[in-house]
Design a protein around this ligand. Sequence first.
Ligand SMILES: Cc1cc2nc3c(=O)[nH]c(=O)nc-3n(C[C@H](O)[C@H](O)[C@H](O)COP(=O)(O)O)c2cc1C
Length: 463
Amino acid sequence: MQGMLPAAVAGYHESTKHTPERLRASRHFLDWANMPDPFRHYEGAPLADLPADPRLAPQAGGAEAISALFYYSASISAAKRAPSGYRYALRVNPSSGNLHPTEFHFAARGLKGWEDGLYHYRPSSHMAEQRARGAPLAGVTEAPLCVILTSIFWREAWKYRARAYRYVNHDLGHAMLALQYAAGAMGWPSLVRGLFDDAAARQSLRAAADEEPMLLVELWPPAAPSEARPAVWTPGEPNRLSAGVIEYPQIAQIHGATLDCRAAPLCREPRVERWPHGDYAALARQRRSALDFLPDGRILPRAAFQAMLELLAAPLAADWRERFVEPWLFLHRVEGFEPGLYRMRDARVELVRPGDQRVVAAALSLGQDLAGHSCFTAVFVADLGRACSLFGPRGYRFVHHEAGALGQRLYLAAEAFGFRGTGIGAFYDDHVHAWLGLDPSGPLQTVYHFAVGDPVPDPRLSG
Ligand SMILES: Cc1cc2nc3c(=O)[nH]c(=O)nc-3n(C[C@H](O)[C@H](O)[C@H](O)COP(=O)(O)O)c2cc1C
């Protein structure tokens, strides 16, 4: 891979591939006593109540609109009981290992019924913490509402170690699209900005030292012009997430390389992202990951599959604009298609390798049965070479955001058509490349998998 990609990207990606040998040699164990708190609070910051059961509709305004935006993109939506009896929260946005490295800050200006300022969303109680009054992000964004997605790498690295940088970027892709669809349901245009000056954003945000600004999701709700008043900061202090933090130099190195952001945006046009299949509000809150799928469950109807292909092919409203991911699909039980490995081009699939792929799909996903029990399992192959030639190492973030966003579409579509999805971040990278006939050290690399199928009931789940 060396030579085709920036050294930092090639080095990180290669060194975080899963192989059976590496997994066998690993002595990593989960240090539960040091697990990072999944909830960041800015303690002492004034709290703004967000109304319960907000309407996700163009008529919503002020606190109700802010409430709806987060209720349908980032809030707690279910609980699960672990075998030990411990109950933990699940959210509208998915996250690898349910570790939730993404934090949602937002800057508001000129919204009717909502004070100008910088806020941090508190999912644990569905409230907004007011971190500053005025317009601390005036030089960073001109949008009346801008959600700044930050990431706490340690939350994810606690479990997934150096590979975590991939997952935090997937999670960001899921979260950005969840926000865009919620905003779209209220008729608000949106544009995701991945190309911004990290240092300026970090300075304006005054976020905790362990939070890295990763995406700006700019939104255009109805707003009046509002003078950019200087920021008056509240005394809010970030809570400590765990007793000790383990540093992963590979993450520091790849993240450091992606800070270089000299490329110009390819898209500056916001767009209304409307969810096209059914009631977005209901689907967003019922979205869940399946633990596994019924091996002899229902066949995915052709119309549902075609709708999913169209969602996979649809553009993203993001300033890097380009699409780098090409899905390959293991079709196991899809109406009208013989089982096999297919390649997707322009919302259509072509057969590459006929025959039952259930065992191999599961084996490639680190032996996870759900990839073989599904109706289909997608493999998102990204052109890292093109992403990095356009955006330098920063392109490495974008391919993972894109893959996460495509996964988000499949999660919602699976619910809309009465099935269920699961994101899969764990796979034997180079075994996948070998099976697909791709050069393991070439610029095309698998970055994410996603399975859709008929879910097994999950008795641990409660609303
Ligand atoms: C990037 C990403 C990678 C994931 N990888 C796996 C995986 O390899 N296996 C799995 O069973 N679930 C995987 N999941 C599903 C998460 O475990 C799930 O989102 C989390 O437990 C929260 O549950 P929920 O999606 O129902 O809210 C992944 C999710 C994401 C977003």
